[in-house]
Design a protein around this ligand. Structure first.
Ligand code: MN
Ligand code: MN
Ligand code: MN
Length: 276
């Protein structure tokens, strides 16, 4: 079964509508996918209301959290879209995203850049994210490329990397598990942690009730996949795969590329309650 369990639509910082992501996933020959927008279920609700033709899906979400001072992303998959605790938690995360957008706008203002929060939220069909700032600065000719914006102001540890307002790792895992879903530690290599600290993160995640880890993510190299597969084995975690697709030709991987798990891994999607 070819699946992609980490994708974004314009309900968060992706370019395509939820149904356009589904159509592209079907066109590229995937059997199933999950839309995992940042801190919102709006896109998944659109898919649930009008199931896309030609592809199966499960509800998904990518939740921002903080662990030990580091911003960590947890993907939730195959949960009850109406679960009360999860919805209350996500509502707070959505608010935190708007508050964060105001803070980022101020930070960039101090650096002499003009990124009014109204322009950013207007750009976001759903919740605002850092890529919306980068796109605004490029399109208004204030910087040459989006990567530069992340490198200088918005990336991990930079002044616009604002982590206040996010729930803790254990809380977010609780919300997903309470909603009957699988909690997945997203793109573990992306946090640039030392080996020791990464193991500590995976242990904290597992101790909190997290069930899976993204063994194959975006454009990572085969040696990273091998390392994460080893972590999955050591901590008895299921394995997920996801492109982190945001838009065609943009940040994140292309949709529909082969995302093949090492054979020793246990797929997180084995017992999914797919919708079609
Ligand atoms: Mn994103
Ligand atoms: Mn992420
Ligand atoms: Mn993502």
């Amino acid at each position: 079964m070819r699946v992609d369990l980490h994708t974004h639509s314009n309900a968060s910082d992706g370019a395509l509508t939820p149904h356009a992501v589904a159509a592209l996933a079907a066109e590229r020959g995937l059997d199933g996918f999950a839309l995992t927008d940042h801190d919102t279920l709006a896109g998944c609700r659109q898919l649930a209301a009008e199931p896309p033709p030609g592809i199966r899906f499960v509800p998904g979400v990518e939740l921002s959290t903080v662990w030990s001072g580091v911003g960590i992303h947890i993907v939730g998959l195959d949960f009850d879209l109406d679960a009360r605790v999860l919805n209350a938690g996500i509502a707070r995360q959505t608010e935190a995203r708007f508050a964060r957008a105001r803070r980022i706008s101020e930070v960039l203002g101090k650096a002499g850049l003009d990124a009014p929060v109204e322009a950013i939220t207007a750009r976001a069909a759903g919740v605002p994210g850092r890529p919306h700032f980068a796109q605004h600065l490029v399109e208004t000719g204030q910087v040459v490329d989006e990567a530069f914006v992340f490198k200088k102001w918005l990336g991990a540890g930079k002044p616009g990397d604002i982590k206040t307002g996010w729930a803790g790792l254990a809380d977010v895992v609780d919300w997903i598990v309470d909603a009957g879903g699988r909690a997945v530690l997203a793109h573990p290599a992306r946090y640039k942690l030392t080996r020791t600290k990464l193991r500590a993160l995976v242990k904290a995640f597992t101790d909190s009730g997290g069930q899976a880890i993204e063994v194959v993510s975006g454009q990572q190299t085969p040696d990273i996949t091998t390392g994460v597969a080893r972590l999955a084995r050591d901590f008895a975690l299921e394995a997920s795969v996801g492109s982190d697709f945001h838009r065609q030709g943009g940040h994140g991987h292309a949709l529909g590329q082969p995302l093949t798990l090492p054979s020793e891994c246990t797929p997180v999607w084995s017992n999914f309650d797919w919708r079609d």
